[in-house]
Design a protein around this ligand. Structure first.
Ligand code: NAD
Ligand code: DAU
Length: 352
């Protein structure tokens, strides 16, 4: 094996796509997937590569100082792609401290473990921190976009914790010379997203004739990117991005929540052979999210210009692919609803 890459949060939504891409594309890398298997971690996302010779899973918590130090020692890690986080804004409103623990302390702890393990020889090493556009705050309906130079202005405990972690990453670069790179991405959609997030929640509810909760008037705008395109961007930035730099990643694909859900309802009507308009009757406007950011929109021209990445998929096509995946993999959703997904670890690893 030429390199050992630690991917944190690899059992989650985006992390599992990144792990699969790296395991399949780089047979000469050893991919170590470190995940605490919180409610959001699901080894069922990675069944297809679980036995690959260049892949190994380690159950552990990024906030555990001794554990992370030992991990760096025992695996001789060359690069980190750090995705492990508490990721759901609504949960950050009900339990903010969990976000500070994992996203702030956990990231600082990993940075520290990398600094200690790599001191004296940081050449060829890289710590890549995966962040979010939410650190930039909210845009008005004025046609502006988030660039990498935008002032940080987070509003939720989630985005504040991610902003803080970004600052620690830069501080470790500036103070200790740690070779870091950061990317800030817009909303992802696709297979394996936990059904607390808008799109999989709506697909599940439509399928089961349950009301679809739309916060406020549904006028908030998000910039949606297919998760596989995010994983491709992560590959490009990890290998070709410059140390100390930030890259914004986005789909150039803004939708109000209500328009998005109406489009999804139309696709679902067709797929479920329902009369067009049937699923839209499930739309229910509910109390708005506290501190709900109005609009996110990413300017990813730096990444496109400097590293040659661009999104591969039109949204309508991606949304249809996504619906097909959830309808074809109803067991995956059912296992989450009934809690069985948390037994994959026992089944696959504990007895090895
Ligand atoms: P997710 O919630 O689906 O997955 C997070 C993973 O991290 C889970 O597998 C969980 O078990 C693991 N984890 C949580 N706490 C841990 C801990 N203390 N130690 C080890 N593992 C832990 O999240 P996601 O949507 O895949 O997001 C992944 C990363 O990408 C996050 O850092 C998030 O901030 C960022 N991001 C997400 C989006 C998006 O649209 N989902 C967009 C931009 C950036
Ligand atoms: O922008 C990137 C961020 O996108 C990531 O950093 C986060 O980890 C990820 O969760 C996502 O955050 P959002 O809050 O934008 O995603 P969510 O799917 O929770 O909500 C999308 C929009 O839909 C948002 O405006 C809130 C709204 N919404 C959400 C849910 C769950 C509803 O109207 N109803 C709902 O039930």
């Amino acid at each position: 094996m030429r390199k050992t890459i630690l991917i944190t949060g690899g059992a989650g939504f985006i992390g599992s796509h990144v792990v699969r891409l790296f395991v399949n594309k780089y047979p000469d890398y050893l991919i170590v997937n470190l995940d605490a298997l919180t409610y959001a971690g699901n080894l069922g996302n990675l069944i297809d590569i679980a036995d690959a010779p260049n892949y190994t899973f380690v159950k552990g918590d990024i906030t555990d100082e001794r554990f992370t130090a030992d991990l760096f020692r025992s695996f001789s890690i060359d690069g980190v792609i750090h995705l492990a986080a508490e990721s759901h804004v609504d949960r950050s409103i009900s339990d903010p401290l969990a976000f500070i623990r994992t996203n702030v302390f956990g990231t600082a702890n990993l940075l520290n473990a990398a600094k200690e393990a790599w001191k004296g020889d940081m050449a060829e090493k890289r710590f890549y921190h995966i962040s979010t556009d939410e650190v930039y705050g909210a845009l008005a309906f004025d046609g502006t976009f988030f660039t990498e130079n935008r002032k940080y202005d987070p509003h939720s405990p989630y985005s504040a914790s991610k902003a803080s972690s970004d600052h620690f990453v830069r501080a470790y670069h500036d103070t200790f010379g740690l070779p870091v790179v950061i990317s800030n991405c817009s909303n992802n959609y696709g297979a394996n997203q936990f059904p607390e997030k808008l799109i999989p929640l709506a697909i599940h509810n439509i399928k089961n004739n349950i009301s679809i909760p739309i916060y406020g008037k549904g006028e908030n705008v998000r910039d949606w990117l297919w998760v596989n395109d995010h994983a491709r961007a992560i590959d490009v930035i990890f290998h070709s991005g410059n140390n100390g730099e930030t890259y914004n990643i986005g789909g150039n694909n803004e939708w109000t929540n209500i328009d998005l859900i109406r489009a999804l309802c139309r696709i679902m009507d067709k797929k479920l052979s329902r009369e067009i308009g049937t699923s839209a009757q499930l739309i229910t406007f509910v109390k708005d999210r506290a501190g709900h950011d109005l609009r996110y929109a990413i300017d990813s021209s730096k990444l496109q210009r400097e590293l040659g990445w661009e999104p591969s998929l039109q949204f309508e096509e991606g949304l249809e692919k996504t619906v097909d995946w959830y309808l074809d993999n109803q067991n995956w959703l059912e296992n989450i609803i009934n809690g069985d997904y948390q037994k994959y670890y026992e089944k696959q690893y504990k007895e090895r």
